[in-house]
Write a new protein. Structure first.
Length: 503
């Protein structure tokens, strides 16, 4: 069974949602003690299922999202890679954070009992799919995959922008899990607003994962907090992703920087949450006038091929956002685009004085192929300008090696989850050290939604005191039958059979 409401044209009734969550809870109770190898095999089965159904999935995605076949194939490969990376990660066992303190009658605080702590899965997790990444952040994207890796059950709320794809993907996932022997109900799909609200409110749901707009995320955050039992809400809400260019970098690499900027803010028609929405550059009078800047940007965008945005609703929101910002005092149009079905890029321009007078200029996201250039007079202004920004997923420094940017870099670290040096923020690799998060409104938590650390969002610690050895969970036993890293009496101990140098 693929779950309630998987017919792409039929919203899930609340009674069906209740049944899906109850089935997920039953599956969680059966699967929670599965060893890492078993759970990893379930993830591998899903990865194989997606690979085998790739042609049909990509075809449906292209029809529903207007995204190109090459992009969609790459995104599906990313989702498959992510599943396998999580499977390998849980085999390592570091996510358990298994910690053992043996009884010690001479402990400095007085006699210490036997204490053992490790991380356990939260339970049923509700996941909301994203519009702009139909594979990487949707049905079996990062939130669903990391929750399953953590040992949770998942009820996924399909995004209305690609409901047919969601239904087909869910069928593939549940078929793969069933064939691999996972408990029925471990993953299911629901659709529609009423089911979404009931999912957030359901007492058996213990966390929510979300990728989407700030307005939608804030509404869900408030709803989770208003429950009689508030639950964690892991919302990735996007960001403006400011880029700061130092005067020396601007003099030495202006055309290179503008070419990279043009390619990054238009990538995927500007529908990435990491799109560079702000570019801080030295004032035109110090290097090049507005006319020359316009000419260089026009040249950098000469090969751009416009495409339709993801949906008519998003197109309307993009149009409104660009018109609203371009009509703000102190903002003018540097490079005029259009609002055709496949819109040409727009670049707006403002000054440091204008944003100091109205910091709201820096906080207006334009979800599409548009960005804002901010001209400053003096490099010393940059740290204070950075302080005008809200929380960001990313910020970027375009600078030279011997530029004195320590104060600015410190400010950027305060407000963002990933700080780049001479790069561009679009492109979020799935890896061990990745952090895709940031202070609110970039996200609603101090966690990452991309990379292996994303698993830890859906875990919580439990300590066992003076338990008989045979009743301890496997990661906390002295015999360590799962061969996971353990910290024993303050020192890390290698699992039996682990190579030298491994924890």
């Amino acid at each position: 069974m693929t779950g309630a409401g998987t017919d792409a044209g039929q919203p899930t009734a609340v009674v069906e949602l209740d049944a899906a969550v109850e089935s997920a809870q039953s599956a969680f109770e059966k699967a929670r003690a599965a060893d890492p190898a078993t759970r990893g095999a379930w993830l591998e089965a899903v990865a194989i299922g997606l690979e085998q159904d790739a042609a049909a999935l990509v075809e449906i995605a292209a029809r529903e999202t207007h995204l190109g076949i090459p992009r969609l194939k790459g995104e599906l490969r990313r989702a498959v890679f992510q599943l396998r990376l999580f499977a390998a990660e849980i085999l390592q066992g570091e996510h358990f954070d298994a910690t053992i303190d043996h009884a010690d009658p001479h402990w400095g605080m007085g006699p210490r009992p036997d204490l053992r702590r490790y991380n356990v899965p939260l339970g049923v997790v509700g996941v909301f799919g994203a519009s702009n990444f139909p594979f990487a952040f949707s049905v079996m994207g990062g939130d669903s995959a990391s929750a399953l890796a953590a040992g949770c059950a998942v009820v996924h709320k399909a995004h209305d922008g690609h409901r047919g794809l969601a239904a087909r993907t869910a069928e593939t996932v549940t078929s793969a899990l069933d064939a691999a022997g996972a408990p029925s109900g471990l993953f299911s799909l629901v659709t529609g607003r009423r089911a979404a609200e009931a999912l957030v409110d359901h007492p058996l749901v213990k966390a929510i994962g979300f990728t989407g707009s700030t307005a939608g995320g804030r509404a869900l955050l408030d709803r989770t907090a208003a429950r009689s039992e508030p639950i964690p809400f892991f919302g990735e809400l996007g960001g403006i992703n400011a880029v700061f260019v130092t005067p020396r970098a601007w003099v030495g690499r202006r055309e290179e920087i503008l070419a990279g900027y043009a390619g990054s803010f238009t990538l995927g028609m500007g529908q990435f949450c990491t799109k560079p929405g702000l570019l801080f550059v030295p004032a035109a009078g110090s290097v090049a006038g507005p006319g020359e800047l316009r000419g260089v940007l026009a040249g950098a965008l000469a090969g751009f091929s416009p495409a339709q945005l993801l949906s008519e609703r998003l197109h309307g929101g993009y149009t409104d956002a660009v018109r609203r910002l371009s009509g703000t005092a102190g903002v003018d149009v540097l490079l005029e685009g259009d609002f055709a079905a496949a819109p040409a890029p727009t670049v707006l321009r403002t000054t440091a004085d204008a944003v100091r007078s109205d910091p709201g200029i820096l906080r207006q996201e334009m979800f599409g192929p548009a960005s804002l250039v901010v001209e400053y007079e003096d490099e010393d202004e940059l740290p204070a300008l950075a302080e005008l920004l809200e929380g960001q997923l990313t910020t970027t420094l375009q600078a030279e090696e011997d530029d004195d940017v320590a104060e600015l870099a410190a400010r950027l670290t305060d407000i963002s989850g990933r700080v780049l040096w001479n790069g561009w923020p679009t492109g979020v690799t799935v890896s061990y050290a990745q952090n895709h998060g940031g202070p609110y409104p970039a996200t609603t938590s101090a966690t990452t939604s991309v990379g292996t650390a994303a698993i830890r969002r859906f875990l919580r610690p439990v300590a066992y005191q003076s338990f008989p050895a045979a009743r301890l969970p496997e990661p906390l036993r002295d015999s360590n039958p799962w061969n996971v890293p353990q910290r024993v009496d303050g020192a890390w101990r290698r699992p039996p059979g682990a190579p030298e140098g491994a924890l």
